[in-house]
Design a protein around this ligand. Structure first.
Ligand SMILES: *Cc1c(COP(=O)(O)O)cnc(C)c1O
Length: 397
């Protein structure tokens, strides 16, 4: 909150979050403090600092102000959160969050539209540890209550879903979970805390692939988990036991990216909406899967719960095949072909969501393409896509 009673806007919050004079003096951005060994003046000093290492230089693995500043900034952006732990990637963050909650014999309920590596973690490491996973329909809402059994310990959500962007009823799922003492986790990478403040919506652990919008420049791997009160100590202990530490250099770039995140998200949103609306009018396009568009499953929940949309969505072609889709994508000049997203540059990716579904069926009219809309001029991107749709039409005719 500001000194007046007016709540601060997102743009102001990301500029100021995590900047603490006691760590950095008058320096605006915390510099890169690299460390393994930290020296002590005396044995007594060593003993005393070891008794409480939180935000005190102790040993490199416990971080320096470079990492603390980014972690604190992410905590500040989630009203009601207790703390944040940082990881060397988004997947590492997902793994630590789940391992901080689950023990052998437990059951995890995992949304069927989850990011594929999250499924891989559940069906690989977690299964090997004796943790069962059951998948559920992203549109299940309050119906999740019927799936919660005696062994269910955690519910993992991702909203909107990977590749197909179904919006989940997070408040209804959280309410059902709380009634049964089940912990809730959310992969909030698409919305970030700016568009969906997860902790204030009742989520216990919210995960970001900071690689995407926090970093924003396609040059760093980084992840975070922000915890509600009562969940942070276990997350921190589990993460320290796993030896997790995000590098100071990467965290410094994460903090640098964060300062412009609100402004970047606004541009990603505006450009992506413009392109999504344009796509709905093209004869070669059967469906546009964008949470802010009425055709997207869960659109009403999106309107109710989210402050806005970001720059990633998909569309289904009308008919055609793999070759037609490749002709469209291969000839694009301004869209790169590559994984990840959230950077300043646009990307187009062929995706086949049905391969990554266990309990829900898709009935798409044609192949699907996922677009990450970057910070280029949207008119230029539309011209590039228009030529691509022509190539698709020619290949399909
Ligand atoms: C990219 C991504 C991740 C994983 O992040 P990495 O930093 O690539 O490990 C997790 N969840 C979602 C939704 C993602 O898009």
């Amino acid at each position: 909150m500001s000194t007046s009673d007016r709540p601060l806007d997102d743009a102001t919050r990301v500029v100021n979050a995590g900047r603490r004079k006691e760590w950095t003096g008058g320096i605006v951005s915390p510099p890169v403090w690299r460390a393994s060994t930290i020296l002590y003046d005396t044995v007594a000093d060593l003993r005393e600092r070891g008794s409480n290492t939180h935000h005190r230089l102790f040993y490199g693995r416990k971080g320096t102000p470079t990492q603390w500043a980014l972690a604190d900034a992410l905590t500040e952006l989630e009203p009601g959160a207790e703390g944040t732990f940082l990881y060397c990637s988004g997947v590492a963050a997902l793994a630590a969050a789940l391992l901080s909650v689950l023990t052998p014999g437990d059951e995890l309920l995992l949304v069927d539209s989850a990011y594929d590596p999250t499924r891989g973690l559940a069906m690989g490491l977690l299964k090997r540890l004796g943790i069962k996973t059951r998948f559920y329909d992203p549109l299940i809402g309050a119906g999740i209550a019927d799936l919660i059994g005696d062994d269910t310990r955690a519910i993992m959500m991702e909203s909107p879903g990977s590749l197909t962007f179904e919006v989940q009823d997070v408040p209804a799922i959280v309410a059902a979970a709380k009634a049964r003492g089940v912990t809730t986790l959310l992969d909030n990478t698409w919305a970030t805390p700016l568009l969906f403040p997860a902790i204030s919506k009742g989520v216990d652990l919210t995960i970001l692939a900071c690689t995407k919008y926090v970093v924003g420049h396609s040059d760093v791997m980084l992840g975070s988990v922000t915890a509600a009160p009562g969940h942070f100590a276990k997350l921190r202990d589990t993460s320290f036991q796993l030896g997790q530490v995000a590098s100071p250099d990467d965290c410094w770039l994460g903090s640098r990216g964060l300062r412009t995140m609100a402004m970047r998200l606004k541009q990603h949103e505006a450009s992506a909406l413009k392109i999504a609306h344009w796509l709905t009018e093209q004869p070669q396009v059967a469906a546009v899967l964008h949470p802010a568009l009425p055709g997207c499953p869960g659109h009403d929940i999106f309107t109710r719960d989210f402050k806005g949309s970001s720059g990633l969505f998909s569309f289904a072609l009308r008919g055609g095949d793999e070759d037609g889709r490749a002709a469209l994508i291969d000839g694009l000049d301004l869209f790169g072909i590559g994984y990840s997203w959230g950077g300043f540059e646009s990307l187009a990716l062929p995706v086949d969501p049905q391969r990554y579904r266990s309990v829900t069926q898709r009935d798409d009219a044609g192949p699907i393409i996922r677009l990450q809309i970057g910070l280029e001029d949207p008119g230029d991107l539309i011209a590039d896509l228009a030529a691509g749709l022509k190539r698709f039409g020619a290949a399909t005719a």
